[in-house]
Design a protein. Structure first.
Length: 264
């Protein structure tokens, strides 16, 4: 019985996620446009690399490498942004569930709250993994982004990144009952992490704030794979993402256990 309900909940999540076809296409297309624009901007840039333009010089230097050029650099950066942007949908859905009392109706069935969260986690991780794989395949085939020689390492890193995104969104949504507020908080965090990590300005290695963002650890894992490094060299990044995910999930579980199903 529990397995069946868990499966049905996960299936419901996946169905909802892909029901928003127009939104998903918009999100993916926007990120592809961003990738193309970023590549063209640095390919056509001519000028004196001083002052505020010093960060641009870093991208030009990247093109001296065979594997991590500006295209691959931004391909990885934008994939991380895409994964966490999809987390906005996660936060919105769970908050909407609570807002519309759907969660209460589900919790009235003989299924534990931790299984509810596991159903959310499984359904959303699966859904965002598919979106990420589509982005990787299209960017590789059409834009010639090089993702590395190890497909297993690439998928594993992507899975860990998606897990971090979903767990963060779940934590936010457990403390927020309003759909727009949940989406807004997640969006603000994405903007802050993008800015503070330096993953879009090629100043990642110089940014003192980057270590406090999930973007930094996720982005570096992709660069390591592109550079042909073994998965072991990304274990430090992976551990940070995993520990962060476990903390987010643990807090989510504790919060749900403290609340009555009728409080929604």
């Amino acid at each position: 019985m529990y397995i069946y309900q868990f499966f049905m909940l996960s299936k419901r999540i996946v169905k909802f996620f892909y029901k928003n076809t127009a939104l998903l296409i918009f999100i993916v297309v926007i990120h592809f446009i961003q990738l193309i624009y970023s590549r063209n901007a640095y390919d056509n840039f001519v000028g004196d690399y001083k002052g505020a333009l010093s960060g641009l010089c870093q991208m030009i230097i990247l093109d001296d490498y065979d594997k991590i050029n500006s295209l691959n650099f931004y391909g990885a950066s934008i994939l991380v942004q895409l994964i966490f942007t999809c987390g906005v949908i996660v936060a919105s859905f769970i908050a909407s569930d609570k807002e519309n009392h759907t969660l209460s109706r589900i919790l009235m069935s003989p299924i534990r709250k931790i299984q509810i969260l596991a159903g959310y986690l499984t359904g959303f991780v699966f859904s965002i993994m598919i979106v990420s794989i589509v982005y990787i395949v299209i960017s590789s085939k059409l834009l010639e982004v090089f993702w590395g020689y190890s497909i297993f390492n690439l998928l594993f890193v992507t899975f860990i990144c998606v897990l971090s995104s979903v767990s963060l969104a779940m934590l936010i949504s457990t403390f927020v009952h309003n759909t727009k507020l949940a989406a807004g908080i997640m969006s603000i965090l994405i903007i802050l992490m993008t800015f503070l990590s330096g993953s879009t300005s090629a100043t990642l290695q110089y940014s003192k704030t980057s270590s406090f963002t999930l973007f930094k650890w996720a982005f570096e894992s992709y660069l390591n794979n592109m550079d042909g490094k073994v998965l072991k060299e990304s274990f430090g990044n992976i551990y940070v993402l995993l520990i962060s995910s476990l903390i987010f999930l643990t807090l989510s579980i504790l919060f749900f256990r403290r609340k009555s199903i009728y409080d929604n």
